[in-house]
Design a protein around this ligand. Sequence first.
Ligand code: KG4
Ligand code: ZN
Length: 356
Amino acid sequence: MSSRLVLGIETSCDETGAAVIDETGLILGESLHSQKEVHMKTGGIIPTVAQRLHRENIGRVVQEAMERSGVTQSQLSAVATTVKPGLALSLGIGLDFSLNFVKLHQKPFIPIHHMEAHALTVRMLQPVVFPFLVLLVSGGHSLLALARGIDDFLLLGQTLDEAPGDTMDKVARRLSLIKHPKCSMISGGQAIELLARDGDRLKFLFKPPMGAHYDCNFSFAGLRNQVTMSIQKKEKEEGVEQGTLLSCVNDIAAATQHTVASHIAKRTHRAILFCKAKGLLPSCNPTLVVSGGVASNQYIRKTLKIVTDTTGLHLLCPPSKFCTDNGVMIAWNGVERLREGKGILSHTEEVNYEPK
Ligand code: KG4
Ligand code: ZN
């Protein structure tokens, strides 16, 4: 066991996560409680419900991670916790718990930016050197950035409205896929991917978003409107009630997935060309790292592979487990900060807690 040991705590959205890792990135113990099933039933995250579930589970989750690691509180080098961005009520639970914990055990505290943690997780798994390009696509995020250092990110583009996972979740909800025999207990995005495999994307032609915007931002709300209108039209034509369409659900899923994938690919392509033109990427082994829940979509990965193959970049998609929210990624960011001595607070310091 190496000398620096970090406890990471994540509560920014709907996962209560904790993990203890060492400075080589070895996971000594972890625990994760997902609220996704609860929120799926209510059709979206109700912040007060998320807060209550975090409050009910955080003590157990941290205790489990600690016990599984075999590390005692006194052996910890620091506690790293997500402080932004995210749902304020959810973040507050992790932060309050952590501040009490560091005071009680007199440990340094490392506030973590959730997106930076997503971006850096890959470095725990393999040696990826700065600078590298990062694409984060999930239910809550959609952004492209150039990672230049552990706390140095050049934001190249972000969503102007909603994130792609959110769009696919909403389309899946509009189609009532939760009742579909193949799709129970999986997320909307997973349901779209599954059904799309048997669909013909050419049966529905959705206009690609932001055709006339020459930047690296994203937009998915317009696509969602188009899909909703097509669903309504089909329901009317077939004389069926809302959310009971059966005939062309696979085709709608395939066309939605394709449009999301092409939009992500086009914006990523533009970001790569921009970075290359400005000399921002290394000539040796330039890399695109893709993370977030949507990054587990195989169709989207294949589409991105075409982009990286044509531009000479190396595509890295960490395994799904490390693409989604968890305590490990927060602990790893803590390790990176400890190594560089950046952003480490003593347990007596005040934390400026202002989620944006
Ligand atoms: O990263 P994540 O677990 O949570 C946050 O949003 O932060 O991502 C969950 C999102 C959901 O919107 C879900 O529908 C989407 O990622 N997702 C997918 C797939 N798996 C998860 N979207 C498309 N294809 C998938 N295979
Ligand atoms: Zn996340």
